[in-house]
Design a protein around this ligand. Structure first.
Ligand code: FES
Ligand SMILES: [Fe+2]
Length: 357
């Protein structure tokens, strides 16, 4: 990643490893309310069809959504809160993926159904979001983030938009100060004409970096409505932006997660949690604004992806693109650490960055 002067000079190297989302990572696959007992749902993560469900004992499970018999999707079958029945020939699988029964077998058939297994995935639930681990070993991976607010939660808004763009392009939009005044230049957020110089201090985190607490931008109407509170923004691998806005004892946590659905599609999920009593009544307008925001990103990301399809290179220029450089650095070092089986070490140093937005 380097500064270059023109489109033809020294483009950012985009080897395949750089472009692929990390597999050894937790991804948010569901944010829309509680998955009820006995329910199951199909999700796609990294091109893999997965069925998630909640058992009668409230525990979650995630299995490959493909029956080993003839490939039918288990998510199209039935689930009694303990076992999934395949819709094709009725093989039954426990939540651990082990086959329990094959209805065609006669009593003295020596075939042992329990030798058949569907792959299972680690699954976790936090703040009403469901996370699936796509790789082999979650022990050394960035943990599922905690979004909790201090007081009683009064407001939870979750919106998701499926974007037809690569994972990297979508993750960069979470840490891209330069696009805000152009893509999100609505009257209710930040009109383009109001750009001014910003100075931000950054510190490394175990799996990312933090924009240290500062007073929110004066040229954002949204922040002005909240009385220009203190805000702090974390970026964490594999692709999470978590903003904590503090107003005295109360806070708003505004998180965006990128989930790689397949090579061409990325799910962007925005979660807003707060203990502010005023926000309890504003859930609808907040949801509307969050969706409008994501749609603005979706539109430009899909257009930019078409440009990258024609020529898959980007330029990273100036201090506003330093965060994008850090992302690629973190991702590359994390992939190397996992490949070599060593502990990941973040080499990003504290830095003050300046830009106009
Ligand atoms: S395909 Fe699932 S039981 Fe036959
Ligand atoms: Fe954006």
């Amino acid at each position: 990643m380097m500064s270059t002067q023109g489109d033809e000079a020294e483009p950012v190297p985009t080897t395949n490893e750089l472009r692929v989302p990390p597999r050894e990572a937790w991804y948010c696959v569901r944010s829309a309310g509680l998955l009820p007992q006995g329910a199951m749902e199909a999700v796609t993560l990294l091109g893999e069809q997965i069925v998630i469900g909640r058992r009668r004992d409230l525990r979650l499970f995630a299995l490959r959504d493909r029956c080993p018999h003839r490939g039918a999707p288990l998510s199209e079958g039935s689930f009694d809160g303990s076992a999934v029945t395949c819709p094709f020939h009725g093989w039954r699988f426990g939540a651990d993926g082990r086959c329990r029964a094959m209805p065609t077998l006669v009593d003295d058939d020596p075939t042992d159904p329990t030798t058949v297994r569907v792959a299972s995935f680690p699954i976790s639930e936090s703040d009403g979001n469901i996370w699936v681990y796509a790789g082999a070993n979650p022990a050394d991976a960035p943990p599922v983030p905690s979004l909790s607010v201090n007081g009683k939660q009064r407001c939870r808004v979750a919106v998701s938009v499926l974007v037809e763009a690569s994972y990297d392009l979508c993750v960069l939009s979470l840490i891209d100060p330069g696009h805000v005044g152009y893509v999100h230049n609505s009257w209710w957020w930040r009109p383009t004409a109001t750009a001014r110089e910003k100075v931000k201090d950054f510190d490394p985190l175990p799996f990312g970096f933090r924009m240290k607490a500062h007073r929110a931008a004066a040229n954002s109407r949204g922040y002005r409505l909240l009385g220009r509170p203190q805000t702090e923004v974390d970026f964490l691998l594999p692709g999470q932006r978590i903003e904590r806005i503090r107003m005295g004892e109360r806070s708003i946590v505004n998180a965006t997660f990128a989930t790689p659905v397949d090579a061409r599609h990325t799910l962007l999920t925005n979660i807003l949690l707060s203990d502010l009593p005023q926000l309890a009544l504003l859930r609808r307008p907040v949801g509307w604004a969050a969706r409008a925001f994501l749609r603005q990103d979706q539109r430009i990301l899909e257009l930019a992806q078409q440009g990258l399809d024609r020529k898959p290179t980007m330029l990273l220029m100036g201090q506003a693109d330093r965060l994008a450089q850090w992302y690629f650095r973190l991702k590359r070092d994390y992939a190397a650490a996992r490949r070599e089986g060593i502990a990941f070490r973040n080499v990003i140093a504290p830095e003050r960055l300046r830009w106009r937005t």
